[in-house]
Design a protein around this ligand. Structure first.
Ligand code: FAD
Ligand code: NAD
Length: 425
């Protein structure tokens, strides 16, 4: 028991019963026959040798039989060239978005997000490893396997020493932001003031930003670290537009408006290709389950508030079988401010479920589309359900006054809290 990497409690789950299934769930790759041979102390007698009166009065209880909050555990094993770390989350809805892995300065860190909690493996490794590693998730049992490559083919006697919060399940809000340095790969003009930035994650990071979540970018500006939130997007609305050279999940794209008098964005704009920016782990409270059985999706975006809508739009049109209608109302000051206008129009042409409506607050006299700010008249006309009782979700994002006013108007129009998702920090 002392040596079991998953701990005594994990072993006790199988005490007094046939533990084969439990063993297979977590150690399928282990040759248990050879282990059992080592542990065999003798065969159990067929007939009880204990006189009746000597049986213990009460059966020992399994300490984990009572349902306590499930804390993950981990285990590791090695071959000559590899070290595999296995995290048993004991959760079913775990996927590659749920785990963020970094190897920096000889420290290995794997953060698994389980609902509003974070389970951390954080170790100063005893030996060097190569930069790249693989991460796999066995979704039905919630098992995460991280395979590290040893730099030297030696046998490790231990993984290393524990660092802060190692092997603890703590509320996500208490974990603090963790950053890794990403390289600027490209920067393209999208409008007169908005650019598409492409950053590349280091090979020693596994990170996928879930739909609807944002990250923080960090730069040191005149000696002070400045941090601002940004929402990753896909590289285009029409996925066939560009073929990525590297696997897609090594790149993170951002649409960022440069404010000439702003604190952060001018510095970001001054970065050269090849320069580094620190990128945090993702945050946000949008849940993909909000899409379940969805029939009508309404997106209300103002200015760069369009950014969370990009992945939502891509995901919704490809992954929600019940979806009938997606409508985007996109508020901008002028025509020149509209991000990806022609892509949006092409998408609306290509996919009949998608409609786009542009609303300008400061149009030129040539504009014959919708004008003004968010208003009851605009919304009541726009938010028509495709069927009387269709399941609807409205996502709203933009400047704070826009979002706050929008939420008030949506409540006035009798949409419930569950039918509205607003993007704020
Ligand atoms: P700031 O210094 O904040 O200034 C912004 C503008 O306000 C400038 O024009 C400045 O002159 C003016 N200003 C500043 N202070 C004042 C003041 N006191 N009075 C009047 N005017 C003032 N932005 C994006 O472009 N893309 C995104 O994907 C994105 N995602 C976001 C996600 C979240 C969750 C949030 C909360 C924000 C997001 N933003 C995004 C906005 C982003 O975080 C920054 O706020 C934005 O880039 C401006 O940063 P800045 O430091 O350059 O400008
Ligand atoms: P902008 O100044 O170009 O304005 C775009 C439109 O927003 C305007 O045309 C108008 O219709 C509307 N608007 C602006 N101010 C308004 C007000 N006071 N009341 C009602 N409507 C108003 O916008 P921008 O410079 O692109 O700024 C986008 C904003 O979105 C930023 O504040 C940014 O922080 C926010 N944002 C938030 C997130 C998030 O996830 N929370 C993501 C991206 C952007």
């Amino acid at each position: 028991m002392e040596y079991h990497p998953g701990g005594e409690d994990e072993l006790m789950r199988a005490a007094g019963s046939d533990g084969t299934d439990l063993f297979d769930q977590v150690h399928r790759w282990v040759n248990y026959e050879s282990m059992l041979k080592e542990c065999l102390v003798g065969r159990m007698a067929v007939k009880s040798a204990v006189p009746k009166g000597m049986l213990p009065k009460s059966q020992p209880t399994n300490p984990l039989a009572k349902e306590s909050p499930v804390s993950p555990s981990y285990d590791w094993f090695q071959t000559d060239s590899l070290v595999t770390i296995v995290i048993y989350t004991k959760q079913k809805d775990i996927n590659l978005d749920s785990v963020i892995v970094d190897y920096q300065d000889d420290s290995f860190r794997a953060e698994t997000i389980i609902k509003d909690y974070s389970y951390l493996i954080y170790i100063g490794l005893s030996h060097e490893i190569q930069e790249d590693f693989s991460v796999q998730v066995v979704e039905n049992v919630g098992k995460i396997e991280i395979v590290l490559k040893k730099t030297e083919n030696t046998s490790w006697t231990c993984l290393g020493h524990p660092l802060e919060n190692h092997n603890l399940l703590i509320p996500k809000k208490d974990t603090g932001l963790y950053y890794r340095k990403c390289q600027l790969i490209s920067k393209e003009d999208v409008t007169h003031d908005t650019k598409l930035f492409c950053l590349m994650l280091p090979p020693s990071t596994h990170l996928q930003v879930p739909i609807g979540q944002h990250v923080y970018l960090k730069l040191t500006i005149t000696g002070t670290e400045i941090v601002k939130p940004y929402t990753p997007v896909s590289n285009s609305l029409l996925s066939e537009f560009k073929e990525p050279v590297l696997p897609n999940n090594k790149y993170i794209y951002f649409l960022i408006k440069i404010y000439p008098a702003g604190l952060f964005t001018p510095e970001l704009d001054h970065l050269q290709i090849g320069d580094f920016v620190s990128v945090s782990s993702p945050e946000g409270n949008f849940k993909i389950s909000q899409f379940q059985e969805l029939e009508d999706l309404f997106l209300l975006a103002a200015g760069t508030g369009f950014t969370p809508m990009v992945k939502i739009l891509n995901y919704a049109l490809t992954n929600i079988p019940t979806l009938r209608k997606v409508k985007l109302m996109f508020f901008n000051k002028t025509e020149d401010d509209i991000i990806w206008r022609s892509q949006l129009e092409k998408l609306a042409f290509k996919d009949k479920r998608f409609d786009i409506e542009f609303v300008l607050s400061a149009p030129t006299s040539e504009w014959n589309g919708k004008q003004g700010h968010i208003s009851p008249a605009l919304l009541s006309e726009f938010l028509k359900r495709s069927l009387d009782k269709s399941k609807v979700l409205i996502c709203i994002c933009g400047p704070m006054p826009f979002t706050e006013q929008g939420i008030r108007l949506l409540h006035d129009l009798n949409f419930s809290k569950d039918e509205i998702h607003s993007f704020t920090t």
